[in-house]
Design a protein around this ligand. Structure first.
Ligand code: GRF
Length: 274
């Protein structure tokens, strides 16, 4: 994996911690920054990970980055506080393997100065979103979201700190889901593709995870349908993945013992560090 970062790189740090060299699922092998003085580059070097400063020259950055990613055999690119908008051909070439983390519950509050805007609007909740990058800015299919409360006494800095601490758990978790084949940008099955336009944007990651959980269990939506215990178990898994991040919400679904065990086992796999 490569991480692109422009600044202090606390999310990069979380990714370096979660995916060190030799990790069986994948390792952060390269860190790229458009800013030479970015602390993110220091963090990479401190871990013995290759750190490259690529200056932002329109057109050139993406070409040079592409060549570097290819030369290093990178499969997945993670944007973590990367403050540039990558050009369309790059985004297209990496679609499905290019993630970003944003400090709000998208589609609400895309762009900059998120925490100030959230406070000004007196929102009760904010959070973070990991999403697949598409041609828009902070658009693209959702992979994972995590909510945090907004407190009446919050300053932008206090809210930022609360959001950041959940980001540091959410980003590695999202990457794990992707590496385990339990997340993707689009539905796999025809059944799901057919109903896709009706599925609300924010509900989509649950459907995508549920569908992939069924596949991990050797089943498919086509085979089991939506109103069976298998489907309920898959959705339970899909929701419970976010449960801990969301602050301990408990989803209760009565299921046969065998399926409950499958849900627990798959969650164990996702939440393990190995
Ligand atoms: C994070 O809040 C991330 O969501 C946003 O930029 C910030 C980067 O912080 N895209 P850091 O550099 O990872 O500390």
């Amino acid at each position: 994996m490569a991480v692109f970062a422009s600044g202090r790189g606390t999310n990069l740090q979380a990714l370096l911690d979660a995916f060190p060299p030799g990790h069986p699922l994948g390792e952060v092998a390269l860190v790229v920054s458009d800013r030479e003085e970015a602390f993110a580059l220091e963090r990479a070097r401190a871990r013995g990970v290759e750190a490259v400063h690529l200056p932002w020259r329109k057109g050139r950055f993406a070409e040079e980055a592409q060549a570097l990613l290819k030369a290093r055999g990178i499969d997945l690119v993670l944007l973590a506080g990367f403050m540039r908008i990558l050009p369309a051909p790059f985004v297209e070439a990496w679609y499905g393997r290019l993630l970003n983390i944003h400090p709000s519950l998208l589609p609400d509050y895309p762009g900059l100065h998120v925490h100030e805007r959230v406070l000004a609007a007196r929102e009760a909740f904010s959070g973070t979103t990991v999403h697949f990058v598409d041609q828009g800015v902070d658009t693209g299919p959702l992979l994972l979201q995590a909510r945090v409360p907004v407190l009446p006494t919050d300053t932008p800095e206090a809210l930022e700190a609360r959001v950041l601490s959940v980001e540091h758990r959410a980003y590695p978790l999202a990457v794990r889901l992707l590496l385990l084949g339990l997340a993707g940008p689009e539905p796999l099955s025809l059944v799901l593709r057919r109903i896709w336009p009706e599925v609300p944007y924010r509900s989509r990651p649950y459907y995508l995870r549920a569908e992939r959980a069924l596949r991990a269990w050797g089943r498919s939506v086509e085979e089991v349908g939506f109103a069976t215990d298998w489907a309920r178990a898959a959705f339970l898994f899909a929701y419970r993945v976010e449960e801990e991040l969301a602050g301990g919400v408990r989803y209760a679904v009565p299921l046969p013992r065998e399926l409950e065990e499958r849900v627990e086992a798959l969650l164990g796999r996702v939440n393990s560090r190995a």
